[in-house]
Design a protein around this ligand. Structure first.
Ligand SMILES: Nc1ncnc2c1ncn2[C@@H]1O[C@H](COP(=O)(O)OP(=O)(O)O)[C@@H](O)[C@H]1O
Ligand SMILES: [Mg+2]
Length: 517
């Protein structure tokens, strides 16, 4: 990404080379004007004029108005006369409309460039969009990208330091860097507005950092293709210890400053496995625990679009994710969109390719959590090593996981701390239950008691009766579960604690890959 210093160097070189047309493409005309002003200060033997539709024409070095005429016509005429009478003059035009294609305006500019060339003069155009090639090819085009994280950090540091002593400010270098990372993807002016709004509260606190992603959401408005998922604070995942341990160092890596390090941020995980065992829950829990915003990418929705639209929509969605980084990007039930044979197979294959390319190339702090229930039809290239950082198999919870999960929901729905004996029995009576089944049973107990206004804690017998009354998903759909587990065994290997499920499933073989219980 060319930054301000690089672009300044290049523009300076083009000016010295007397290139007759210099187009600088940027959505931040003010930053481009800074570049031109610093070039002007370096090469004072040249004259610089700037035309804008609000101020007419002014001399850039003295800041004095040359003409109040604001129309483009008048400015072009002024430029023509100046070029005819003097050499080494530079005319800067901002906000000119109609340059993207062959129009009267773009043809007029092309003529002016030819005149400028014959007089060692230069026309500079600052524009948000690429210009008509017939014009652009007469000179050189350069793009000024949005400020890099380092540039933003510099701007924010100056602003924060300016307010130190006057306001209570908790931010130190590390917080400023985190803020710059969170704001990367917006313009310098927008970043300044965001920080100014925080400072306007009268203080700058560590907790303000969490606000930044909300500001960014507001700036982007329509996030084209990704949707922000509001998070609560209470996502408790029982079991899945392998995943949780694996995530720990990754969280640190996501938060660290990697600018001067050869390391790249973690890319993400693919969670596959039995329905109702905590895959979607984990996506939310990761974002919540890492204090990052969670965005959902609706891959199936993208695939369902008109032919030709899907690819551009996916590109926009992934670009949006890059912009809102650092974040967690969640694709739920990825197989629904990317299964071989889903939708128009050509489109689906291209989407897989596009997605994998992004996964491999993107260096932004976007942590991807993709989940899948039906894994049999997932395209094999998605599962190859090196795509996601890791592929986890989320199996039915084992006894100790069931104990943890039951504890979570006894506490949540019944505000009760079950005795060790009750827990042991619940575990025995819930063989084959998923986390979602356990959640549902305890919720049912609490709901019945609530609606019939029963007081106090339910008895152990009552609780166990509820468990005995439920047929878990693994028993109502044994073939599905067996197929998913068989797949998990061959690809990621199920739990180290091999178990039998109602005698129909013969435990695991030796682990080949990191595994979850
Ligand atoms: N390991 C778990 N720990 C705690 N709750 C769980 C667990 N697994 C499932 N649940 C409960 O079941 C619900 C559904 O689980 P979910 O994560 O959506 O399953 P899936 O694996 O199909 O995505 C969760 O919202 C949660 O209430
Ligand atoms: Mg799910």
């Amino acid at each position: 990404m060319p930054n301000l210093v690089e672009t300044t160097g290049i523009v300076h070189r083009y000016l010295s080379a007397r290139v007759p047309l210099i187009v600088v493409q940027s959505i931040e005309p003010n930053r481009v004007m800074e570049i031109i002003a610093s070039c002007a200060a370096r090469a004072r033997q040249m004259s610089y004029y700037e035309h804008s539709r609000t101020e007419g024409i002014k001399d850039l070095l003295t800041g004095q108005a040359v003409s109040d005429e604001t129309s483009l016509q008048a400015a072009l005429e002024q430029a023509r006369m100046t070029f005819k009478s003097r050499q080494n003059v530079n005319f800067v035009f901002t906000d000119v409309e109609g340059l993207e294609s062959e129009t009267t305006t773009s043809r007029h500019f092309a003529e002016m460039v030819r005149l400028a060339e014959s007089r060692q003069c230069t026309i500079m155009l600052i524009t948000a969009n690429p210009v008509w090639p017939g014009l652009g090819r007469l000179g050189m085009c350069e793009r000024l990208d949005l400020p890099t994280t380092e540039e933003l950090a510099l701007t924010l540091t100056q602003m924060v330091d300016d307010h130190r002593g006057r306001l209570p400010i908790q931010w130190q270098a590390d917080e400023v860097r985190q803020a710059a990372e969170a704001l990367t993807g917006i313009t310098e002016a927008e970043a300044i507005n965001v920080l100014a709004s925080l400072l306007a509260k009268g203080s700058l606190e560590i907790t303000d950092l969490a606000e930044l992603s909300r500001f960014k959401d507001r700036i982007f408005g329509d996030m084209s293709g990704i949707e922000r998922i509001p998070l609560r604070g209470d996502y408790e995942v029982g079991g899945l210890r392998g995943l949780r341990e694996w995530l720990e160092p990754r969280e640190r890596l996501m938060k660290m400053d990697l600018t001067h390090s050869p390391l790249h941020p973690p890319k993400g995980v693919l969670l596959v496995g039995v329905p109702g065992c905590g895959k979607s829950l984990s996506a939310k829990a990761i974002a919540s625990q890492w204090d990052l915003p969670l965005y959902r990418l609706d891959m199936a929705g993208i695939l369902g679009m008109y032919v030709g639209q899907s690819e551009s929509q996916l590109r926009e969605a992934l670009a949006a994710a890059d912009r809102v980084a650092p974040c967690v990007l969640w694709i739920d039930e990825i197989e629904k969109a990317l299964a071989s044979g889903a939708g128009d197979s050509g489109t689906s294959r291209r989407l897989v390719g596009q997605f994998l390319f992004w996964l491999q190339e993107s260096t932004s702090k976007v942590f991807m959590v993709a989940t899948a229930n039906d894994v049999s039809s997932l395209p094999p290239e998605l599962l190859r090593k090196g795509r996601f950082d890791e592929l986890f198999f989320v199996d039915l919870p084992d006894p100790s996981d069931r104990e943890e999960i039951a504890q979570v929901y006894f506490q949540r729905y019944l505000s009760m701390d079950p005795s060790p004996l009750l827990l042991k029995e619940v575990v025995e009576h819930s063989d084959g239950f998923s986390g979602s089944d356990i959640d549902a049973v305890i919720h049912e107990i609490a709901a019945r008691r609530f609606t019939s206004a029963q007081e106090g804690e339910p008895s152990d017998e009552e609780i166990l009766a509820y468990f005995d009354n439920v047929l878990p998903y693994s028993q109502t759909n044994p073939e599905d579960v067996a197929a998913i587990r068989a797949w998990g065994e061959s690809r990621c290997v199920p739990a180290g604690s091999a178990r039998t499920l109602n005698g129909t499933f013969a435990g695991a073989t030796a682990p080949r890959r990191r595994v979850l219980v």
